[in-house]
Design a binder for this molecule. Structure first.
Ligand SMILES: [Zn+2]
Length: 139
């Protein structure tokens, strides 16, 4: 069984700190950067430890200020493929019927729900058409 998300995040952060120590020379230099008005700032340290990812075009979807927080969170889960699909629930040991609730065929996974299921494919096509997007649902 793999380590939990929290443990993996802690190990990743430890590696980032070690890499920054090699780049900046010491942990003292990093702590100096994390100061605000002479005091240690956990906010500055957090911002220093955030990894720098390239900006993606769809970032405005998740950063849209008028979006309901629940929808924003669900979108964030979908982008990170963390939605509670049957496939993921089975990984956690939760026993649920494996078939897709829409079509009854195939394992209900992220890929099936968003790209392979003929019923949800029709739904997504109609939603895209309603929003004015003219594109094919692809994998
Ligand atoms: Zn289906």
């Amino acid at each position: 069984m793999s380590a939990s998300w929290v443990v993996r995040k802690i190990l990743t952060s430890r590696n980032q700190i070690q890499q920054q120590q090699q780049g900046t020379g010491s942990i003292h230099a990093l702590l100096e950067k994390a100061q605000y008005e002479g005091k240690f700032s956990i906010q500055k340290m957090y911002l220093l430890l955030l990894p720098a990812y390239p900006r993606v075009e769809w970032r405005h979807l998740t950063l849209h200020s008028k979006m309901h927080p629940r929808h924003k969170f669900t979108l964030w889960l979908a982008v990170r493929r963390r939605l509670a699909t049957v496939e993921r629930l089975q990984k956690f040991g939760i026993v649920v019927p494996p078939d897709c609730v829409f079509c009854g065929q195939g394992l209900e996974s992220f890929t099936h729900l968003y790209f392979a299921c003929h019923i949800t494919r029709g739904l997504w096509s109609r939603v895209c058409a309603w929003l004015g997007y003219q594109r094919q649902i692809q994998n």
